[in-house]
Structures are given as C-alpha cells and as structure tokens.
Design a protein around this ligand. Structure first.
Ligand SMILES: NC(=O)c1ccc[n+]([C@@H]2O[C@H](COP(=O)([O-])OP(=O)(O)OC[C@H]3O[C@@H](n4cnc5c(N)ncnc54)[C@H](OP(=O)(O)O)[C@@H]3O)[C@@H](O)[C@H]2O)c1
Length: 304
C-alpha cells in the first residue's frame, strides 16, 4: 500500500492542530548544556515568532530539563500572542493509571501550565494499553490535557489500540520519518491518514545527519535554500505529516522555518525517489535508540 493523496478521504486531518503550522520544534537535547540556556531559549522564541508554534518535549528529555527550558520560554512569551501548542510524553514505565497522573503533574509543573495540549505515550511498555488509555482519557475529562496520542507505534500496535475502549480517541502517532527512512509510507502512514491519526515526524533531519547531505544540498541550491529546508519540505510535502526538527540555534530555526514556504517540484521529488525509493514492502518501524541515537532497524544514517 503506497501513500497517496488521501486528503479527500480525511477532510478533518489535523483539524485539532489548527491554526498551528505543520512545522513545529523538537527539544530532546535542549536545556542540557549543549548551548547556553539563554541561547536555546532565544532559539525557541525565534521559532514561535516565525509561526513554529508547536513545541514537542517529554518527561524523559534531560530528566525534565527540556520541559523546564520550555516553561521558561512560555513565561517570556506574551499572553497577547497566539499560545504555543505543547506536546509532552509519558514514559512507558509511568504508563499505569497512577503513574500517568503523577507524570502529568510533574510535566505540567515544569512547563508551568495547567493543561498540556497533547500528551503522548512515548513508546509501548508492559502496562496494558487499556489501562494507559483509561488514564489519558481521565486526564482529558479533567481538562488537564486536550488530546492524547502515542509514539513509536507500528501498524499492528495501532490496530490493537483501535480495539481498546477509548483507543480511537488517539489523535497522533509520533514516529521516525525522513528522506532516508520512508518505511511508514508503505502501510503506517496510509493507515493513520485513513483513521484520522496525525503522523508527527521525529528526526526529520536524520538527527542532524541530513543537514549537509549532498543531494538535498544540490536540490536546495536550485531553490536558494540549504539541505535542511529541503529535508523538512519533503517531510511536509503530503500535507499529512507534522515535522518537529530540533535546534538550539536561532539561525538554524530561521532556516528551518523556510520549509513552510518551499514547495518541491517534480524534478526534486524524482531525484529524491531515485536516491531513496518509496518502500515496496512492509518494513519494521524505525526507532531511535533512547540511549544512543542510532536507528535500531536500519543502516546508520552516516553511511547514507
Ligand atoms: N518520540 C520519540 O521517540 C522521539 C525520538 C527522537 C526525537 N523525538 C523528537 O523529535 C525531535 C527531533 O528529532 P532529533 O532531535 O532527534 O533530530 P532532528 O530534528 O532530525 O535533528 C536535530 C539536529 O539537527 C541540527 N539542526 C537542526 N536544524 C539545523 C539547521 N538548519 N542547520 C544545521 N543543523 C541543524 C540540530 O543541531 P543545532 O541545535 O545545532 O541546530 C540537531 O543536532 C526531538 O528533539 C524530539 O522532540 C521524538
């Protein structure tokens, strides 16, 4: 099953996200000293000013430091401006009924908010899905989250989720997707589009490996942009995917925001298809190792 333009089948795709752009910002390594706190804060504020108003974080990122940095950004963001759409995640080890409640309270405290727009199960663990879904639904009823979703769920996981009471209220599946990791196009992306689940692409820049990639740079040259912009425009090209590149640099965030204006043409897409064809068979879902950033099921990005 190859991905096609199914927008006519899914008129309400991503409607819960409106009016937020389909390009957001990740934060896995932010707030942890790679750059100064203030520089990374400025980068996120720059993104918000440019309309990248979705920010992705997780209790796992820097053991809460990423959420604290984002909380600091939110305090500096004017109340008169459109408010960011916040995404955070609960770890599988906290996915029990009580664990979800405790994890939510800790994340909300660090972010300095009463309500998180979208709360995801970071990946599947040992807690039965039904228990986690019940906890997420309870948070929704209490007005503590607006929506919930999952992450790193392959098609069979989604099918299982669909059979759980309340499981069909899942609005997002956040998965690894980029120019050189296209496995989800075979079945997971079409399944999500057909079932009204927004796909949120993590590692859209291949964890940084794509920012200097030669083919993307060549395509970018024709459009007056760099390789990162091409990689992001490619991820967004169907209109069915939200991408969350991470950067702690205002300059890089400014670059990345240009992807919202870039429409790749037939020649660009054909060149990319030739270098990295769409999948013809089911491929296991790529995931990034939580401890070390190497894709688990595929070749390392540095040999691409
Ligand atoms: N759900 C999950 O299991 C999961 C797993 C992984 C990631 N995520 C989420 O997805 C987000 C993005 O994934 P990722 O951080 O792994 O990888 P990524 O966004 O593909 O790449 C990030 C890297 O690219 C660099 N970069 C970004 N824009 C650039 C530009 N314009 N020019 C040059 N370099 C640039 C960044 O460095 P600089 O800071 O120097 O710009 C950083 O090293 C994460 O932050 C996290 O929020 C979720």
């Amino acid at each position: 099953m190859a991905v096609t333009d199914t927008s006519t089948q899914m008129p309400h795709f991503s409607s819960f996200l409106a009016p937020h752009a389909h390009l957001g910002m990740g934060s896995w390594h932010l707030g942890q000293g790679r750059r100064s706190w203030d520089e990374e804060k400025r980068a996120l504020l720059t993104g918000l000013q440019l309309g990248l108003t979705l920010i992705d974080t997780a209790e796992m990122y820097g053991d809460g430091l990423s959420e604290e940095l984002i909380g600091d950004v939110l305090r500096d963001w004017p109340a008169s401006q459109p408010q960011p759409f916040l995404v955070s995640k609960v770890l599988p080890m906290n996915a029990s009924r009580n664990g979800v409640m405790r994890a939510f309270e800790a994340s909300a405290y660090k972010l300095g908010v009463d309500c998180i727009d979208l709360y995801l199960l970071h990946w599947r663990g040992n807690t039965p899905l039904a228990e986690t879904v019940a906890a997420l639904e309870a948070l929704k009823v209490q007005g503590k989250i607006r929506h919930w979703g999952v992450s790193n769920f392959d098609t069979d996981d989604m099918q299982e989720l669909w059979e759980v009471p309340g499981g069909r209220n899942c609005v997002v599946n956040q998965v690894l997707y980029n120019v050189f990791s296209r496995g989800i196009e075979y079945d997971l992306l079409p399944w999500c589009v057909q079932h009204g689940v927004t796909v949120m692409a993590y590692c859209p820049l291949g964890h940084g490996e794509l920012v200097g990639e030669s083919l993307l740079a060549e395509i970018g040259e024709r459009h007056g942009v760099n390789a990162s912009v091409v990689a992001l425009a490619w991820a967004l090209r169907s209109g069915h995917v939200v991408a969350i590149p991470e950067s702690g640099s205002s300059e890089h965030v400014r670059d990345n925001a240009r992807a919202l204006q870039l429409k790749l043409d037939a020649q660009d897409l054909a060149q990319i298809d030739k270098a990295s064809p769409a999948p013809l068979h089911k491929q296991p879902l790529d995931q990034i190792d939580k401890a070390s950033p190497a894709p688990l099921h595929k070749q390392p990005l540095d040999i691409l």
